[in-house]
Structure formats: structure tokens, C-alpha cells
Design a protein around this ligand. Structure first.
Ligand SMILES: [Fe+2]
Length: 265
């Protein structure tokens, strides 16, 4: 019987599979840290810059935690192939602020900030959900479970931050509100494709490492494709809702941002 718990325990208890899992999660956090640090330096609102900078610092800290878990088993990060690189694929699809723009010191415009926060809103929800799943499955592995507990809380804070900032930007300004909605929709529809493609590549790689049967790989691949179809047919909206999704604390990364009546909970 295939269970999520057994799947994660098998991955955790195999050095090569654990190495790949930690490499993938650390790379995502490093990418988040890198982009947020540069965006913070190019945002004109100093309070927003401070919160984005905190987000970047926490992303880098999370990446360090995964590297510490690797070192604890005398492992090093694995090389990251392009088909497994979630952050690089998001960038290739034009989500967030392009890296070439982040190497330019000029301040970002409003559209850039909205694109960045939309990407954060969508990817932090994805990341928080996956970490919660992993944390629950690895409750019997205390060191990893402790690390995942702290990182999951951080991801929930990042989601709350992106959610709150977008609410503030959209509040009381119809043009900006439409811009935020368009940006979130575009981001979510592209992200679900990237997530499907990377997940299929991860299953293929993990299957080769752990010697999974053809039937098990087929079952997991089908699950990923069905999830994509569900998301393509409307499930993507849960990654973008600004009124109904549970963002947690509005002031997750610093001083509370103002929100209009529609955003109040
Ligand atoms: Fe995050």
C-alpha cells in the first residue's frame, strides 16, 4: 500500500534520495533569498523593502538548515539538473522579476513589485503545503521533524507577508486591483505547469534511486497529472485568492500593512 508517510520515510532513510530532497528544497530557499535581497534593494517604499529583506534573510536561513541536515549525515548537496530546478523554470516562464532586471540597480516599478509579490503569494502557498506534508510524514525522525517545524512556520509567515502586501496594494485602487488579479492569475496558471513538470522529473529521479517499480512510478505520475488537471480546471484559484485564503498574521514580517474593508478578517 502506497502512503505519503511511507514514501517520505523511504526517501529520508536513503542517503542518495535524502541528498536529492535536501538539495531541491535548499535550492528553492536560496533562490528565494537571492531574489528577495535584490528586490528589497530596488523597492522605493522603505517599510516594504525591510519586510522583503527579512523574507530574503529567512529564505537563506532555511537553505542553511537543509545544508546542516545534509552535513549531519556527511552528505553534500547534489548537482541540480535543469529539469528539477523549480525556481529556474519559473523564471524561464517569465514569473516574478527577471534576473537580468535584478542585476540592474535601478528602482523597480509598481508592475515589477506586483509580479514579485504574486510569485511569492503562489509559490509560498505551494511551499508551505508541501513542507507541512513532509513534516507530518517525518514525525518519527526527530532531527528532520524539528527543522521542518521551524521552516514550515517561516513559510507560513512568508505566505502571510505576500498575501498582506498584495491586499494593501489592491485596496481602494481599481486599476491596481485589476493589475494584481491579472498578475496572480497569470502566475498561478504558469506555476501549476512548472510544478507538474518538476514533480514528474523528481518522481523519475527518486524512482531510479530507490528502485521503485514501474507500477509505483506510474501511480505517482498519474497522481501528479490528475492534480494538474484539477488545478487547471479551477483549483489554481486557491493559490491566488486574496479574500478567502488563510494568510495568517497580516504583519508577518514586520509592521502591519493597512488593509481595506474587503481584506479585513
Ligand atoms: Fe519562503
Amino acid at each position: 500500500m502506497l502512503s505519503v508517510r511511507k514514501l517520505f520515510l523511504d526517501i529520508h532513510d536513503n542517503d542518495e534520495a535524502f541528498r536529492l530532497l535536501c538539495t531541491l528544497t535548499a535550492a528553492g530557499q536560496t533562490g528565494c533569498g537571492w531574489a528577495n535581497e535584490r528586490i528589497a534593494a530596488r523597492v522605493t517604499d522603505p517599510e516594504l523593502a525591510l519586510r522583503i529583506s527579512r523574507h530574503g534573510a529567512e529564505g537563506n536561513e532555511h537553505a542553511r538548515v537543509f545544508h546542516t541536515l545534509l552535513r549531519g549525515r556527511s552528505l553534500e548537496a547534489a548537482p541540480l539538473c535543469a529539469d528539477l530546478d523549480y525556481m529556474a523554470q519559473l523564471e524561464q516562464r517569465g514569473l516574478g522579476v527577471p534576473h537580468r532586471r535584478l542585476r540592474d540597480a535601478r528602482p523597480l516599478c509598481e508592475e515589477d513589485v506586483i509580479a514579485h509579490l504574486s510569485r511569492s503569494r503562489v509559490t509560498e502557498q505551494r511551499g508551505a503545503a508541501e513542507l507541512r506534508l513532509m513534516r507530518k510524514a517525518l514525525a518519527q525522525r526527530p532531527d528532520t521533524h524539528r527543522a521542518l517545524t521551524s521552516i514550515t512556520r517561516g513559510e507560513q509567515r512568508h505566505l502571510a507577508h505576500a498575501h498582506g502586501e498584495l491586499l494593501r496594494l489592491a485596496d481602494g485602487d481599481r486599476r491596481r486591483s485589476a493589475l494584481v488579479r491579472r498578475s496572480l492569475r497569470r502566475t498561478a496558471l504558469a506555476e501549476i505547469r512548472v510544478h507538474r513538470d518538476v514533480s514528474l522529473a523528481v518522481v523519475s529521479r527518486m524512482g531510479a534511486i530507490l528502485g521503485w517499480s514501474w507500477a509505483r512510478k506510474r501511480l505517482l505520475g498519474s497522481g501528479i497529472r490528475v492534480t494538474y488537471l484539477f488545478e487547471r480546471c479551477g483549483g489554481w484559484r486557491r493559490l491566488t485568492g486574496l479574500r478567502t485564503s488563510p494568510p495568517g498574521r497580516r504583519d508577518a514580517l514586520g509592521r502591519a500593512v493597512a488593509a481595506g474593508p474587503r481584506g479585513r478578517r
